[in-house]
Design a protein around this ligand. Sequence first.
Ligand SMILES: [Zn+2]
Length: 168
Amino acid sequence: MYRNLLICLLMATALTGCAKLEKVNHFLPAALAWFNQTEQELLAVGRPLTAEELEIAHKVGVSQPEKVRLVVRPDFPIPSDPELRREAERLRLGSDWEGGRTMGYAILLKPEFATNRTMLTHELVHVTQIDRMGNEDFLKRYLIEMELLGYENSLMEKEARQVAGEAF
Ligand SMILES: [Zn+2]
């Protein structure tokens, strides 16, 4: 009896997982196009890291710290495509909850975090993940982790929080 229940539960979990992966695959091409395009726009307007910030980037292990650009603004970009926008908003992109975001070699910070070293370190860890994986695999894995594990349990977020010395 319990064994059957357990099998059903495992199958239901697996099916839910499959549906979630299917969803990530469905959105990935459009999400990646938006991610890459927005990265380029941000790189064009962002400022290079200061000497102190470069030091943090070196310490964290960013391969080319001089290529990082920082953009401080109160509103973070969200996709204009309605379907993609709904998904982005479901992940709380563009909301007050977001203090920082990394898009390739572009780092966005809200004005209240403009000089926050912990927040910058956290985002620079995401840059090292992008170094390791490239934009496409970074985005794919990030979205899969958001779907299957959620923000709190995402391994990529845990790595960023750990290196930045944030409380778990
Ligand atoms: Zn993060």
